[in-house]
Ligand binder design. Structure first.
Ligand SMILES: [Ca+2]
Ligand SMILES: [Ca+2]
Ligand SMILES: [Ca+2]
Ligand SMILES: [Ca+2]
Ligand SMILES: [Zn+2]
Length: 494
């Protein structure tokens, strides 16, 4: 064959390959680059203005281009509108009908056109569709992983309270394993994922709420995630932190008032577990007059802080409580004895009175921190582990501090200063052994698994980022790189 003929054939071959490829592109398998700019590393995409596609059509039309196979499905689980008129569609990836844990993708739409998207889609999954072990076996494994003197479903009063709160006579804390597609590192690499039972175990003694993952084929215990998001804060000091503040209470009759209100969202309720760990026997906080309402300074602090947190989110972002749907802000104070901590457990806030070293955990920055965990659960839903967990903690410190600036007449960039020694600093994380640089000094790899991958340490990086954005600053980071950031001001940064 002459060289020129060979060359011609090669060109024909290339051209026909190109043709068939372009046919694929336009008909059976459109490419994402037709409609959007992508940043594969971050999972962030920006839709081209010419795309003109509504969020509802993105996955049905471009599923292949996102790496979805015939066994995959993106299910819309939630839609939120924000003040800027942008609709946020939250999609959960399913594989063989099972949710892929952590694989959530958001599409943001304005005026009926998708403008951007971000999140995780696990491409090329090939995971079994059916379990080889029973859900009873998964429960046994999960119970062994979370030993307890008393599980929540073994406490009759707790169970009856749950039925009442849910308004559902069959509601129970008894675990119901759910089949999910899971990788304990949430890596996004398909070959790391397997079919697993995800079982929620709620223990009252000791207090624990955990997701336990069990391999649905081998029965092997894969992973546990601690779902109680707490502020491990050292504290000491005053029990009444902000002097006399305007609060709203519930008037039962002229001589009886209690720490409840219904004006903000669907309400704010602050109660006491009376130094027990039993929520079912919690009581309201009463006073026989309102001037002053002074029967329980610790509870009043939590109530006021909840009100200020509600107002901050509403006035700053137009957000109606943590779920943007008016969810009741329910706080329990005087939890247990010598309890130096506070936490959001997925539905309510709980505050301890502290111990010999620290005073009660109902300061404005700590209350704001805990309620922000609830906001995070309903928005970014950052997995409470490793770097996403550190961001979860950072956002709680950031907004806890913004709420302090909003409501407190002596605000600062420290966390927990009013319960004694501050526990963290946003302006100088190194001061409390937290990093200010990604993987920098004090970065915690949590080798012993004490803190979900160092979430309460590595949060310093995100917190310092927000501090610099707000206040500006110059210096050299732990990588030897100089930086100089102009202050945006806190109200612009938030
Ligand atoms: Ca209302
Ligand atoms: Ca009084
Ligand atoms: Ca303060
Ligand atoms: Ca503070
Ligand atoms: Zn926290």
């Amino acid at each position: 064959m002459k060289y020129s003929t060979w060359f011609l054939l090669l060109n024909l071959f290339l051209f026909s390959a190109l043709l068939s490829h372009s046919q694929n592109t336009s008909k059976t398998s459109p490419s994402l680059s037709d409609i959007a700019w992508t940043k594969p590393a971050s999972g962030h995409i920006t839709f081209k203005p010419a795309a003109q596609i509504s969020a509802y059509l993105v996955f049905s039309r471009y599923g292949n281009a996102f790496g979805l196979g015939s066994s995959d499905e993106m299910k819309l689980i939630r839609t939120d509108a924000d003040k800027a008129g942008i609709l946020h569609y939250r999609y959960q990836q399913y594989h063989n009908g099972h949710p892929v844990d952590g694989a959530v993708f958001l599409l943001h739409e304005k005026n009926g056109k998708t403008v951007s998207g971000n999140g995780t889609i696990v491409k090329g999954l090939q995971v079994e569709s059916d379990a080889a072990i029973t859900s009873e076996k998964a429960i046994q494994t999960a119970l062994a992983a979370v030993p307890s003197q008393k599980y929540a479903w073994q406490d009759n009063s707790f169970e009856s309270m749950l039925k009442e709160v849910r308004n559902n006579p069959s509601a129970t804390c008894y675990p119901v394993p759910e089949l999910v597609v899971f990788d304990k590192k949430f890596s996004g690499n398909a070959d790391q994922y397997r079919l697993a039972y995800k079982t929620e175990i709620y223990s009252l003694e000791p207090l624990a709420r955990k997701y336990v993952y069990t391999d649905a084929i081998t029965g092997e215990l894969l992973h546990t995630i601690n779902m109680i998001q707490n502020t491990d804060v050292p504290a000491s000091g005053l029990t009444k932190y902000n002097g006399t503040q305007a609060i709203v209470v519930d008037s039962l009759n002229p001589g009886s008032y209690r720490l409840r209100e219904t004006g903000r969202g669907n309400g704010i309720i602050t109660r006491s577990t009376q130094n027990s760990e039993n929520y079912a026997t919690a009581v309201d906080i009463y006073d026989d007059n309102t001037n002053p309402f002074n029967t329980d300074d610790v509870a009043i602090s939590a109530h006021w802080a909840s009100e200020m947190t509600y107002d901050y989110y509403f006035n700053t972002f137009g957000r109606n409580s943590f779920d943007n749907n008016g969810a009741v802000l329910m706080s329990y104070v005087h939890y247990s004895n010598n309890y130096a901590n506070a936490f959001w457990d997925g539905s309510k806030m709980t505050y301890g009175d502290g111990n010999s070293q620290y005073s009660a955990f109902t300061t404005i920055d700590i209350c704001g921190h805990e309620i922000t965990h609830a906001v995070t659960t309903y928005t970014a839903d950052l997995i409470y582990q490793d770097e996403s967990g550190a961001l979860n903690e950072a956002f709680s410190d950031i907004f806890g501090t913004c709420i302090e600036f909003y409501a407190d007449n002596s605000p600062n960039w420290l966390m927990g200063e009013d319960i004694g020694n501050p526990i963290r600093s946003l302006s100088n994380p190194n001061q409390y052994q937290n990093p200010d640089t990604y993987h920098g000094t004090y970065w915690d790899n949590d080798p012993y698994g004490m803190d979900n991958g160092g979430v309460h340490t590595n949060c310093g990086v995100g917190s310092y980022w927000f501090y610099l954005l707000s206040e500006g600053g110059t210096g050299t980071n732990d990588n030897g790189e100089p930086y100089s950031v102009n202050a945006l001001g806190r109200s612009t940064a938030e």
